[in-house]
Structures are given as C-alpha cells and as structure tokens.
Ligand binder design. Structure first.
Ligand code: ASP
Length: 340
C-alpha cells in the first residue's frame, strides 16, 4: 500500500503575502505554497491537502478551530499514515498542546509546522520545514509509524508539541522544548531519538474530544503585584481555574494578604495550578519556605509544564465531567507526556 499523508493548511506566515496597500502580511490560499514548492510533486507518497476556506493568522485561533482540526483528522484517520498541519507560529505551541489532549489514543504522526518567512521569499525557512515534516509524517518502522504523537517540526528539529514554547520572533529556530529532549533531528538523515518517543497502547481506537472550557485565566506574579487586583481576578464570575506563573521553583510573595486571597478562592472551589516563570526546570513547592506557604493555600503543583500545555490541559479537563479533586489529580500526572 502506498504511504499517504494529509496536509492540512490553516494559514500562518508560511502562506502569507504582502497586502499591496498596507504592506502587512495576510494569509493566502494553499495554491501559493504548491507553486513555490514544486518539490512536493517529487514525493512518492500519496499527498492530499485539506485547505481551510479562510486561512487565518494564528493569533485568531480559538478552541472551535482546534475542534475542526480534530474532526478532520478523525474523519480521515484510516485513509492516511500521517498528518501535517501548516499553522502560524504565534500560537502553534497552544494548538499542538490542545490537539495532544483532544486526540486520545493517537497512534499516527500529527506534525505541526510553518515558517518565519513567507514561502515566496527567497530565504524562506518554509520549504525545509514542510518537506521534512511530510517525510516525518510518512516515516514507518516495522510497519508502524515512527512518531505516534502530536509534534512541532521547526528548523531541523522535531519536538513533542505539548513541551514546546515559541521563544523567538525572529530566529529560524523559533521553538524550544526546555524540559524534554528533541524527538528527532533532520540532517543528511532524519535521526530519531527513539527512547524519547511515546509508545501508544496497541489496539486502542482514536477518540476525539472537541470541547474546551475557557473559564480559565493565566496570572503572572511579579514583585509588587497588587492584591486587590488579584482579588478581582479570583472573584471573576464563572472563573473555574487559574494557572499561576510563579518565581523560580514555585515561589510567591508571602504576605498574609496575598496568600489569603488564594486560600479563600481555592476553598470555594477554584482550581489553581502553579507553574514556573522559568522556562527550564520544575516547580518544587517544598524547596523553599515561600513555596510551602503558597502550597498551603491549596494550589496544585504543575511541575515542569509549559504555560501552553497547562492552560489547554485545564480547559480540556474541565469539560470531562470530573470532580475538582479528579481534575487536580489529572493536572499533576502525565496524560500525553506533557509533564515529567
Ligand atoms: N502571525 C503569524 C501567525 O501566527 C506568525 C507566523 O506564522 O509565523 O499566523
């Protein structure tokens, strides 16, 4: 049987062109990409494309958009060996994280990629990204896909999607995975880091989740943060969960006023997850007295999760009809390799 890959085009710089009036980049349709990458025709695989009718700048991504991608993958899952998603870089880590939760029992590659420069610019990084992403999506070993995960391929590196962060707005190596090794590196050959790649349980059928509960918010702590503002945020009507980006290994100010705001809200049922503002390393709330005091408010430890993974995981878990205790338990354990 021929190897087959479905390329899903959603927008992003890779397919953008300059608006002749404003000079700003706006998304264009997939035909531009095909025109600029004639190498696509050289692949021996069956290559199909599904183009979004209105490609978007990924700043406009919403949970409904993730649900659409999940449904496209589900509906064509048996027809293809792998999937490549062309997507803007700005929110690619959020989308890859969200899709990792939405696609339960995934056993085929779902590879996000895009570019920093449009495909029609001479020095574009888009060509290499799209061609290698397709090759990775098609690669098999012993009759099985090598990468049964949602990933991001960018600038010669393949990362687990829910471990990534966009770290540069200008460099070609736009993404980093600070707390998990790269799953592959593309040089003359594509070298796979097999021990780091997920091993799906065999015989399980892909199940998609298309709901996300957006009754969540992120809060970055900084020296001098105003407790009255925190109070307003924590008492927002309808708020169910909060991701708090704390200092270092999970530390916060220790004033009674600060801590009591969190304790009261958590006692009333708010789910609060502690992740670090540092990109590398992990929250360890028992390392410093400050961390212990914050832990005593009832906040949950998010260890080494990225903000992107934490916020999409919380939104996902809130739709699963679980109890607050059940959600807190799941937040602290690995569902898709997003936490160590
Ligand atoms: N603003 C663009 C987007 O995220 C940036 C990019 O694709 O690199 O759609």
């Amino acid at each position: 049987m021929d190897t087959s890959v479905l390329v899903i085009y959603t927008g992003g710089t890779i397919g953008m062109k300059q608006n002749s009036k404003t000079g700003a980049l706006v998304p264009f349709d997939f035909s531009e990409i095909e025109k600029e990458v004639p190498e696509l025709k050289k692949f021996k695989y069956k290559l199909d494309t599904h183009s979004f009718r209105n490609p978007i700048d990924s700043s406009d991504v919403k949970p409904e958009f993730w649900a659409t991608i999940a449904k496209i993958i589900k509906n064509s899952y048996d027809l293809y060996d792998g999937f490549v998603i062309l997507h803007g870089t700005d929110t690619m880590s959020y989308s890859a994280s969200a899709l990792s939760f939405m696609l339960e029992n995934l056993s085929k590659p779902v590879i996000f990629t895009g570019s920093q420069l449009p495909i029609d610019s001479i020095r574009t990084d888009g060509k290499e990204n799209i061609l290698s992403a397709i090759e990775i999506a098609a690669s098999r070993q012993n009759g099985k896909p090598v990468i049964p995960e949602v990933c991001i391929f960018f600038d010669y590196k393949l990362f687990r999607g829910n471990r990534t962060t966009k770290h540069s707005a200008e460099k070609f190596n736009a993404f980093r995975s600070y707390n998990y090794p790269a799953l592959a590196e593309a040089g003359v050959e594509i070298k796979y880091n097999l021990p780091a790649i997920a091993k799906p349980e065999s015989g399980k059928i892909l199940k998609i989740h298309t709901e996300m509960d957006t009754s969540v918010i992120g809060l970055k702590i900084f020296p001098g943060i105003n407790c009255d503002f925190i109070d307003n945020i924590l008492n927002t009507k309808g708020l169910k969960g909060i991701i708090i980006e704390t200092f270092g290994s999970g530390n916060t100010p220790t004033s009674e006023k600060f801590l009591s705001k969190f304790k009261t809200a958590i006692d009333k049922g708010l789910i609060a997850l502690n992740i670090s503002q540092c990109q590398a390393g992990s929250v360890e709330m028992e390392r410093y007295e400050t961390g212990i005091l914050f832990k005593n408010t009832g906040v949950v430890c998010g260890k080494d999760m990225t903000f992107e993974a934490a916020i999409t995981k919380l939104s996902f878990l809130l739709t699963n009809n679980k109890t607050v205790t059940g959600i807190k338990e799941d937040l602290q354990k690995s569902l898709r390799g997003e936490i160590s």
